[in-house]
Design a binder for this molecule. Structure first.
Ligand SMILES: [Fe+2]
Length: 267
């Protein structure tokens, strides 16, 4: 890792340390790669949007396992392995990061007359650190459409308990310490919300059971071709865990988000 930070790294680190999150634009994190990244996300979003229209569910996820299966999605997978981002994560976590891959999430408002969707990540929670060793987890959320107050802004709970809904146009990026600070995706009142989410944990010895979106080493190898040893190590932190632990969802395209992947807990 370089010893001196770039201005954008300094800005992100300071903001996350001070407020728990940073908000910016995709070009600040990924520069010229942003265009291809967004293009590829749009391609994957199409079938997901069609499925959401027909679905009784209000939220669908193109999960990390699914995304990692196609070589064309490497640009999406590798977004969270960008060297400058890992350096930011490393400095905030104080320990080598472990990357959990990318996923696409889309949500719609509950049909009229039905109860608003308060399931899962739509209520206040901390992102879980598997193994519970006291390290934090970080999340990068990219808005893939304009997100206003009515279509499910990522809502951050400030230290004083007040809520900060983060609205923004397409291409807005939120980099947040979601392990340390409570947050939720506000239930939608109307419209839809499309996001790319990148999850970063720590590359530390973990508890024996890890159930969140495991990647097989085969997929990780394929997704990290051409990257540095450091980036490969960050991506393959799950190597300690047998493939058998991977839930069935890993193999089903566009399975919905399900229990067990989050927790409502107090620190
Ligand atoms: Fe979360």
């Amino acid at each position: 890792m370089g010893s001196s930070n770039t201005p954008i790294q300094t800005e992100v680190i300071q903001s996350i340390k001070e407020h728990g999150y940073w908000v910016g634009n995709v070009s600040q994190l990924w520069g010229t790669k942003s265009i291809k990244l967004l293009e590829r996300c749009d391609i994957l979003l199409k079938p997901l949007k069609e499925e959401l229209k027909k679905s009784r569910l209000n939220n669908l996820v193109g999960n990390a396992g699914l995304i990692s299966r196609e070589n064309e999605n490497r640009i999406i997978y590798q977004a969270g392995l960008e060297q400058s981002i890992l350096e930011i994560a490393h400095q905030i976590l104080g320990i080598e990061p472990g990357y959990d891959g990318a996923e696409l999430r889309i949500s719609k408002a509950a049909p009229e007359g039905e109860k608003r969707d308060n399931s899962g990540t739509k209520t206040r929670h901390f992102d879980i650190e598997e193994g519970g060793q006291g390290h934090s987890t970080l999340k990068i959320i990219v808005y893939l459409n304009d997100v206003g107050i009515n279509n499910g802004p990522f809502t951050f709970i400030n230290e004083d308990g007040s809520e900060k809904p983060i609205t923004g146009e397409k291409e807005t990026v939120i980099f947040a310490n979601t392990g340390k600070y409570e947050h939720y995706g506000a239930p939608l009142i109307n419209g839809i919300r499309e996001t790319l989410q990148l999850s970063i944990h720590t590359n530390s010895p973990y508890a024996e059971f890890c159930v969140i979106y495991l990647h097989s080493l085969r997929l990780v190898r394929r997704m990290t071709i051409g990257l540095t040893d450091y980036q490969k190590r960050v991506a393959s932190w799950r190597r300690r865990f047998p493939y058998l632990f991977i839930p069935v969802m890993y193999h089903i395209p566009f399975t919905n988000f399900r229990p067990g992947s989050w927790t409502n807990r107090k620190r």
